[in-house]
Design a binder for this molecule. Structure first.
Ligand SMILES: NC(=O)c1ccc[n+]([C@@H]2O[C@H](COP(=O)([O-])OP(=O)(O)OC[C@H]3O[C@@H](n4cnc5c(N)ncnc54)[C@H](O)[C@@H]3O)[C@@H](O)[C@H]2O)c1
Length: 461
């Protein structure tokens, strides 16, 4: 990483609002406070990655009904994120279930270890950092015999996917229960739709379509890094912009439709080819964007039986917004996600026109899939039921990566090529510290490398 010209990144920028939070890396002789279960059926929870979804997942965990639950430890690399999340949870209606004193709030790239060290075997850790860190944190959770809830995507490239498949087996062998935040699978309307499709209600599935098209969202696009923070901090804070951290907007945003449509078909596609590009590489004022995303993607997935799944994604203001998914069979069609990642109602129709007179069935359930996925995980833990969603989470992540790579390279990419691809985006992700260079550093022009379809046929950048 010799092309790093900026000031040496400092822990100070990460820790500046830390207050008296425990900075794990600063205290090598730090003793882990013991946390003892208040009763044999108490499940303690630790949260690693205290952002938007982390706070939501913790709230879902604390809302489960099967027995006592407490949040006892939190970890993040940014003090502002950890403090904000703690404040929200401790001021919520669940405040009495939040028992995270300052000495169980951990900052640092090894904070995840300190947080998990507060748990006992059989407790649960929530992994809601950007996905680049998933395998590192999962590996430690398995060594501590912890049950896990981890957010999607679970991998972003071939090497981390292969590693996660091995870890999935290790977790299963250790009888650990692991949920993955692909919540479509826990939406009751999609569960019923999947059964109806598999029972033949719309005939054989020959075509599926998924669309997520809206304006720029989250950290889809990024202006140049400001002074005063390191490349690593910048990229982690804006992880949707950088392939090593998130798999880019393709993996992060589009994985839900990819996941639930492949589930409707009950198969994974064997190959993908696609197009994509970036029309807008600067703001109207001329400020360049330095992220690695295309602003539009159109990917054609092919299944072993020759049937197709087309996915279209776009982050462009002013263009038509479509955010829904569809399944077409030889006898009829279905609306899977009526809107958003997996919102109902789902419905089935005779023929290919989704009009009221053709309606066969429409779902009525209005439950919350984010809560359902936690209810299932906690039930599996409390009643020792087999539950491990990691393998499927990896497979969905690989299918996402293969579509992304097809568009980024301009080549046809098969599932096996993607899984066995040797390009590891962040080979040092388990060794990062506040002082590290980022896994992606800018060139002499100050820009990060971007995909160049056709010119770079074998790697995405
Ligand atoms: N299932 C869903 O619908 C859904 C919705 C939103 C996000 N997500 C997923 O959840 C994950 C987090 O997304 P988010 O929107 O909450 O992002 P976020 O930026 O709000 O939260 C991520 C948090 O992780 C922290 N972090 C980063 N690296 C860390 C590390 N090495 N150790 C500890 N903490 C670290 C960040 O500081 C931040 O607080 C992503 O994988 C995203 O795809 C899923």
């Amino acid at each position: 990483m010799s092309n790093h010209h900026g000031p040496n990144p400092s822990r100070r920028t990460f820790l500046q609002t830390a207050g008296s939070l425990v900075a794990a890396t600063a205290l090598p002789d730090f003793r882990i406070p013991s946390v003892f279960a208040g009763g044999s059926d108490l499940i303690q929870v630790a949260l690693v990655g205290c952002g938007g979804r982390g706070g939501g997942a913790a709230a879902n965990a604390l809302s489960t009904k099967g027995g006592p639950v407490k949040l006892v430890a939190m970890a993040d690399v940014f003090a502002d994120r950890l403090n904000g999340c703690y404040d929200n949870l401790s001021k919520s209606g669940q405040a009495d279930l939040v028992d995270v004193p300052e000495d169980r709030r951990f900052l640092g790239f090894d904070g995840y270890r300190r947080a998990m060290d507060c748990l006992k075997p059989g407790d649960v850790v929530i992994l809601t950092t950007p996905p680049a860190f998933r395998w590192v944190h999962f590996q430690y959770a398995i060594s501590k015999k912890l049950n896990v809830f981890m957010e999607k995507p679970v991998t972003v490239d071939g090497p981390s996917s292969r590693r996660m498949l091995k870890l999935a087996d290790e977790a299963a062998a250790a009888n650990l229960k692991v949920g993955v935040g692909l919540m479509s699978r826990h939406a009751r309307w999609l569960q019923e739709l999947q059964k109806r499709i598999q029972d033949g209600e719309i005939g054989d599935v020959v075509l599926m379509r998924g669309y997520r098209m809206h304006g720029p969202a989250a950290s889809f696009e990024s202006p140049p890094k400001p002074d005063g923070i390191s490349h690593l901090e910048y990229q982690i804070r804006r992880f949707h912009s950088f392939l090593w951290a998130s798999g880019g907007c393709y993996n992060d945003f589009y994985i839900h439709h990819i996941d639930h449509l492949c589930w409707m078909k009950n198969a994974w596609p064997v190959s993908a080819q696609g197009v994509g590009g970036r029309h807008y590489r600067q703001t109207p004022e001329g400020v360049p964007f330095v992220d690695q995303n295309f602003d539009n993607y159109a990917v054609e997935y092919t299944f072993d039986d020759g049937s197709k799944f087309f996915f279209e994604g776009r982050c462009v203001d002013g263009a038509k917004g479509i955010y829904s998914s569809y399944v077409h069979g030889t006898k009829g069609m279905a609306i899977a996600a009526k809107s958003g990642d997996c919102n109902g109602p789902s419905s089935t129709y005779r023929g290919q026109r989704p009009v009221p007179e053709n309606l066969i069935w429409q779902s009525t359930d209005r439950g919350n899939p984010y809560q359902n996925e936690w209810d299932v995980l906690m039930d599996a833990i409390r009643n020792d039921k087999p539950f491990n969603e990691v393998k499927r989470g990896v497979e969905t992540s690989v299918v996402s990566s293969m579509g992304r790579m097809a568009a980024h390279t301009g080549q046809e990419v098969t599932y096996d090529m993607m899984l066995n691809c040797e390009h590891e985006f962040a080979p040092t992700v388990d060794k990062l510290s506040y002082e590290s260079d980022a896994p992606l550093m800018p060139g002499p022009d100050g820009r990060y490398p971007v995909p160049r379809p056709g010119l770079n046929p074998n790697t995405e950048y």
